[in-house]
Design a protein around this ligand. Structure first.
Ligand code: SF4
Length: 356
């Protein structure tokens, strides 16, 4: 797929836009002023592969905590601010790598100029984040509601405020909580600007609804070449957001991180307790980062075909699994040893293929 040409910005040491890898980000849900809790959550996010983290900055205590948090984490930190430009300035002074703030909502040109001067001095980007639920009243009236056109007009209004101040390190998101509006809004926005875009479906919901909406909305846009970084929003542990984000990139063959497990849905021919085997293997391999294709199939009807195409594969028989490696049958493995053997084969494969 051809990616839309965008400008590049730097969020700390992570590039966004202009062909840089599409990054996966998330947001903490601890009180930011609670440094220990926030750092602990960011460490879990880092371990899951999260590449950029956003923290809420609702008050000066949260802004002041940023320095202490930054000192203990390795990924760039984005400060999320609503309305109060003093919080944006304080967050930047305490070491935030980027700001998320909508300049049209902070009280006029003088305050915008102050935030811009502060961001420019520190070479920080600003993300404009438009959500369908908080559009300006006049735009809602003109467009008859929070339509994609209204969302784009709002975003471009914020962009102009920054550009008029000579500020160009901009990233934009334009999220609704439903897929059709979000996709339409991003498509429209992509025609009007070449600033990099942060993709997401806002308030997507709990695990099942959130995964489906995010995969469809973010996936459709990515497949069209739109999008430079993404955040999956789930009413769930934020580590799950990162996992889903990478699964979306993996499914579209855009980026690979960790194993891709191909497994069959099982049917009456299934010769082993496949669901349990897949669960155990998936859980054990969660922290792995080396891309590898595994096939775990229930029987010898379709199993060997898939298993042969994978780096390592198992096709279940009656109480045994046939182990394949790089297309070759290696041996039969008793059911009670299947998971251990598969994991040992992955270890070996990683050694031979450059494990981190
Ligand atoms: Fe059924 Fe075998 Fe296909 Fe799995 S691989 S769904 S067990 S036919």
């Amino acid at each position: 797929m051809t990616r839309r040409a965008t400008r590049r910005i730097q969020v700390g040491n992570v590039p966004v836009g202009d062909g840089a890898p599409i990054t996966v980000q998330s947001m903490t849900n601890t009180p930011t002023a609670d440094v220990d809790a926030t750092v602990a959550q960011i460490h879990r996010l880092e371990a899951s592969g999260c590449e950029l983290v956003r923290v809420a900055v609702p008050d000066m205590d949260a802004a002041a905590a940023i320095g202490a948090i930054k000192a203990r984490i390795t990924i760039p930190l984005i400060a999320d601010i609503h309305f109060d430009h003093r919080l944006a300035i304080a967050a930047a002074q305490h070491g935030a790598d980027a700001l998320r703030i909508n300049p049209g909502n902070i009280g006029g040109r003088k305050k915008v100029d102050e935030v811009v001067a502060c961001a420019r001095d520190r070479q920080l980007p600003i993300r404009i984040g438009v959500n369908s639920g908080s559009l300006e009243k006049d735009l809602l009236a003109t467009h008859g509601g929070a339509t994609p056109a209204a969302m784009v007009e709002s975003a471009m209004g914020h962009v102009r405020l920054l550009e008029d101040a000579g500020f160009e390190r901009i990233k934009i998101s334009i999220k609704a909580s439903d897929v059709p509006r979000t996709v339409a809004a991003y498509r429209l926005l992509a025609q009007q600007t070449d600033h990099p875009l942060h993709l997401g479906i806002t308030e997507a919901g709990s695990l099942y609804a959130g995964v489906v909406k995010s995969a469809m909305g973010i996936g459709m846009l990515l497949a069209e070449g739109i999008g430079d970084t993404l955040r999956v929003s789930l009413t769930r542990d934020c580590v799950e957001e990162v996992r889903v984000g990478f699964e979306i990139l993996k499914a579209l063959d855009i980026r690979r991180r960790g194993p891709e497990i191909i497994s069959c849905p099982t049917c009456g021919r299934c010769g082993i307790d496949l669901i349990e085997v897949v669960d155990q293997v998936e859980k054990a391999l969660l922290p792995r980062t080396v891309p590898i294709k595994l096939a775990i199939m229930g029987c010898v009807v379709n199993g060997p075909g898939e298993a042969r195409e994978a780096d390592i594969g198992i096709a279940g028989g009656e109480g045994v699994g046939i182990l394949f490696k790089k297309g070759k049958v290696i041996r039969k493995v008793p059911r009670d040893q299947l998971v251990a053997v598969l994991l040992a084969e992955v270890d070996q494969w990683e050694k031979e293929n450059g494990a981190a």
